[in-house]
Write a protein that binds this ligand. Structure first.
Ligand SMILES: [Zn+2]
Length: 458
């Protein structure tokens, strides 16, 4: 674990002041609390599982250190806690009965619930992570279902984070695999930022970029060892996830850690994919399949010479604002998703003249950009193998998605967020449909995978 790297990143962060990750770190909870909150009353928040795994010990450590402890707030172990707003209301109402500082012991969902509830009570909180399952520990915002729609509710990141490697190592394998997939997704999200930067849509911020990208290969380099429970690989993973969250804090946007692969994930999330599975389909597993999908699309685009586009023809066939809105509406089946997608798509809409201007810039920068993006990426096949080695799903069928819906995801995902990604590049160069067709043709990346999947079921 590079404490220096994390400490340097903390200097850039807006909310989080301390991170302690090491074997035996649970014992450091009282000291980390004292340094970052001083005295006061504490309430441990957990669920039945995480209380068992680490919550009891945290409670005991804090008690022994002389803190006044409230009765722990423990959500039931079964059914698995879901990130829905009613849970936030329940916890918020309980927190309002006192003024104790929450110390959450758990991973993604619990952290998100406590993050938002604490914010609604205008209280800072501390997090003790129990699985290296996503990069949200040190990120702001909570991903919560409210009014039937999954959304990111705003709230600051925890003031302090502690994670005990021994606890993380023993977390369920699918949780660690999910964290790995979330982290490996920064390969494609980085490529998207390079594209947005070159086209002058969103400049790269050197600090935000470095925090996430500089050591990404090192953090993700040993998936098989990670799956086998190796401590150093777990350490690399959690360092990457924590740094990724701090990168978002530093840049004050998730651009540093989320591109088109996350748009696939968010689309499927909003469509309710895997919500009723047991356990529910994780964020990371959706991101993993999205990353392979995006890497495969990049491969086809990088084969082409985008300096050679027929700009006039593309300009003439570019949809008007109204046509663009119509094309978004026909693609979505859920009314809430449709409205959100229209709003996001129109927020990034450019006129035919602006398109021509952007494409002329693309022609100019393409040779350099092609090289940079090529260096940033890895082949889709390699990405797929790494995910498999870590124990992650890599095909739509494995996450319960039909091939047809998967194919449509390329176009649908482009519409749901205004963030500029490779999906926009492909759309604006008139190549999105062609590339998707090529990917799903019998000899294409997904065409071959469909065949293999078919063979397996025979
Ligand atoms: Zn993510």
């Amino acid at each position: 674990m590079s404490k220096q790297r994390i400490n340097a990143a903390l200097e850039e962060a807006t909310d989080t002041r301390a991170v302690n990750i090491e074997a035996g770190a649970l014992a450091s909870v009282p000291e980390v609390f004292r340094e970052n909150f001083g005295g006061g009353t504490i309430v441990v928040v957990a669920d039945g599982n995480t209380f068992e795994v680490a919550g009891q010990e945290v409670q005991r450590e804090l008690q022994d250190a002389g803190y006044t402890m409230m009765e722990p707030y423990v959500f039931p172990a079964e059914p698995q806690l879901y990130a829905e707003y009613s849970n936030i209301e329940k916890l918020r109402d309980a927190l309002q009965e006192h003024d104790a500082i929450p110390v959450v012991v758990g991973s993604g969902t619990l952290n998100d619930i406590v993050k938002r509830s604490s914010h609604e009570c205008e209280r800072p909180y501390m997090c003790v992570g129990t699985a290296a399952s996503m990069d949200g520990y040190t990120a702001f915002g909570a991903s919560i279902e409210k009014d039937g729609l999954k959304q990111t509710l705003s709230c600051p990141a925890p003031r302090a984070v502690v994670a005990d490697l021994e606890v993380l190592q023993n977390a369920p394998g699918n949780m660690t695999a999910s964290g790995y997939a979330d982290l490996l997704g920064k390969v494609t999200s980085g490529a998207d930022w390079l594209v947005a930067d070159a086209l002058e849509v969103e400049k790269i911020d050197p600090t935000g970029w470095s925090l996430v990208q500089d050591h990404l290969r090192e953090w993700t380099g040993s998936p098989a060892e990670l799956r086998a429970g190796d401590q150093q690989s777990t350490e690399h993973l959690v360092e990457g996830l924590i740094m990724s969250g701090l990168g978002m804090q530093s840049y004050e946007s998730s651009r540093t850690a989320s591109g088109a692969e996350h748009q696939f994930s968010h689309l499927w999330e909003m469509e309710g994919l895997g919500k009723d599975a047991d356990p529910p389909l994780s964020h990371g597993f959706k991101v993993g399949v999205g990353s392979v999908a995006i890497a495969a699309l990049y491969e086809l685009l990088l084969e082409r010479d985008l300096a050679d586009l027929n700009i006039e023809a593309l300009q003439n066939s570019w949809p008007t604002r109204e046509e663009m809105e119509q094309s978004v509406r026909v693609q979505h089946t859920s009314p809430e998703l449709e409205e959100g997608a229209v709003e996001q798509t129109l927020a990034k809409y450019i006129s035919a003249d602006e398109l021509a201007e952007r494409l002329r810039l693309l022609q100019e920068v393409w040779p350099g950009l092609r090289e940079k993006v090529g260096e940033q990426l890895m082949p889709a096949g390699e990405l797929k193998e790494m995910l498999e080695a870590a124990g992650c799903p890599t095909t739509p069928v494995e996450i319960g998605l039909g091939w047809e819906d998967f194919e449509k995801s390329y176009r649908r995902a482009q519409t749901i967020r205004k963030r500029y990604t490779v999906l926009d590049l492909a759309l604006e160069t008139g190549l999105l449909d062609d590339c998707v067709e090529e990917l799903f043709a019998p000899e294409g990346f997904w065409g071959r995978a469909t065949e293999e999947a078919g063979d397996r079921t025979l």
